[in-house]
Design a protein around this ligand. Structure first.
Ligand SMILES: [Zn+2]
Length: 450
């Protein structure tokens, strides 16, 4: 009998505080030793000298559209893309799949699909929609990591946004269940009113769309959700925050004891409203990308550790729905789950001097802690051996040909990325190396402890 199933030798190991050269000992999929000069016998060894070992990335915001819309993306393609980008787990959104994950029956369908197709470990968000209050406890019991609600219309008839009563009442229920609510925060009346006016005037270009979703729509909706969170005691997470003021509201509420967090996405860090026209529909997002001032402010909040999570909001859609001159009518969403960390390494680490632990926390450690994903998010003894072995010296321009999405389209094509992923391991098992992937269906469901 050997001491370890696998030893990873000599890598620069990124923790939440430091980067140190160490060997990793792995047994039964768990990290059992992190130390320089590790002794003991091993069934297998990997030389990681001169490479950097990150905790496997965890993307809490992807739309893999399965079951029901695998012509948009699908779990097999989506999880391969994540693995190629050094990611080892993710949490899938409850909408864009058919049926949406808003009751027990639809959850069973999603879990069956993930069990069959997912290369990586996974958790699942349930939906909070008008009328499904009675399902929330059943969804929580079956293992959803939390719930997602739209405070505006999300464009899907089968996943309507919540009115204030549904939000307030649902948050009371989710607090009782000790679960968490994720909100897409935009004021529906403002964005719908401005959209209607623009469309009526025939002003339907990319800039008109951006102008129809102003920062105040996001800021007001965040403030309202925070009030409800404070009142109900419901844990709250605001997805894809695009403004400094939005993050600041969350940080201020957190400081006075509200259990709240937020995320931003790479598109808010890399692009501005000046870019949307040229990029076209691949950069159509709600909320839209903002001014240079907002973008720079978000980088500072990330660097300061106030903005703790960066998620992709990978949301592809079918190509035929994304053609046309009416920017309001074409299906939006940014594809990007493969490149999140590599974009941060190029623009954040190499260009702006943000340290590696901050990037590891934003793409893994903080995600696991916030959403209570057991044994995930750290290169440390007792944690799952979910690792990304990266050549940090390599930087290149992202090309469509290297994307593993069902549709090789992304707003990030042409952007600088850094840190070639040499190998990705989930629980000590290699799921990506040398351009090859492990078998689908090897992933496990992650259930937050209750
Ligand atoms: Zn989303």
């Amino acid at each position: 009998m050997t001491d370890f199933d696998l030893v990873l030798r000599g890598g620069h190991v990124v923790t939440d505080r430091s980067v140190e050269i160490a060997d990793l000992g792995i047994r039964h999929g768990i990290i059992t030793a992190v130390t320089p000069g590790l002794s003991g016998s091993a069934a297998d060894e990997i030389d990681a000298t001169a490479l950097t070992v990150f905790p496997g990335g965890i993307d809490p915001h992807v739309h893999f559209d399965e079951p029901g819309r695998i012509e948009w993306e699908g779990l097999r393609a989506g999880t391969r893309a994540l693995a190629a980008g050094g990611y080892t787990s993710y949490v899938d959104m409850p909408l864009n799949c058919v049926p949406p994950t808003i009751d027990e029956r639809s959850l069973e369908l999603k879990l069956a699909a993930a069990q069959r197709e997912s290369l990586l470990d996974y958790a699942v968000w349930g939906g909070l929609v008008p009328g499904n209050r009675a399902e929330l406890a059943r969804l929580a019991k079956r293992g959803v990591a939390g719930f997602k609600a739209f405070l505006c219309d999300g464009g899907l008839a089968d996943f309507p946004g919540v009115d204030d009563f549904t939000l307030y009442d649902g948050m009371q229920r989710i607090a009782e269940l000790d679960s968490i609510l994720l909100v897409h925060a935009e004021n529906n009346a403002i964005v719908a009113g401005l959209a209607q006016r623009a469309i009526k005037a025939g002003a339907v270009g990319a800039r008109d769309f951006v102008a129809s979703r102003p920062p105040i729509a996001e800021v007001e909706a965040i403030a309202r959700a925070l009030l409800f969170a404070e009142e109900t005691g419901c844990r709250l997470h605001v997805v894809h925050v695009s403004t400094v003021r939005g993050v600041q509201l969350v940080a201020d509420a957190y400081a006075r004891g509200v259990d709240v967090s937020c995320e931003t996405c790479p598109h808010y860090l890399l692009f501005t409203d000046e870019d949307v026209e040229a990029a076209g529909v691949s950069l159509k997002s709600s909320p839209p990308v903002r001014s240079t001032r907002e973008r720079e402010g978000l980088w500072k909040l990330l660097d300061d550790g106030i903005l703790g999570i960066v998620a992709s909001d990978h949301s592809p859609g079918a190509p035929e729905l994304r053609i046309g001159d009416d920017f309001f009518a074409v299906w939006g969403g940014v594809s990007g789950c493969q490149s999140t960390r590599q974009l941060l390494l190029a623009e954040g680490y190499a260009r702006r001097g943000i340290d590696l632990p901050t990037i590891a926390c934003a793409t893994s450690t903080n995600v696991a802690e916030r959403f209570r994903l057991p044994r995930k998010g750290r290169v440390a003894v007792g944690y799952d051996a979910d690792l990304a072995v990266v050549d940090l010296g390599q930087e290149w321009t992202l090309a469509a040909a290297e994307l593993h999405y069902r549709h090789r389209v992304s707003a990030y094509v042409g952007q600088r990325v850094r840190g070639r992923v040499v190998r990705t391991l989930v629980r000590g098992r290699t799921v990506f190396a040398d351009g090859r992937f492990g078998e689908p269906g090897a992933g496990r469901l992650l259930v937050p402890p209750v």
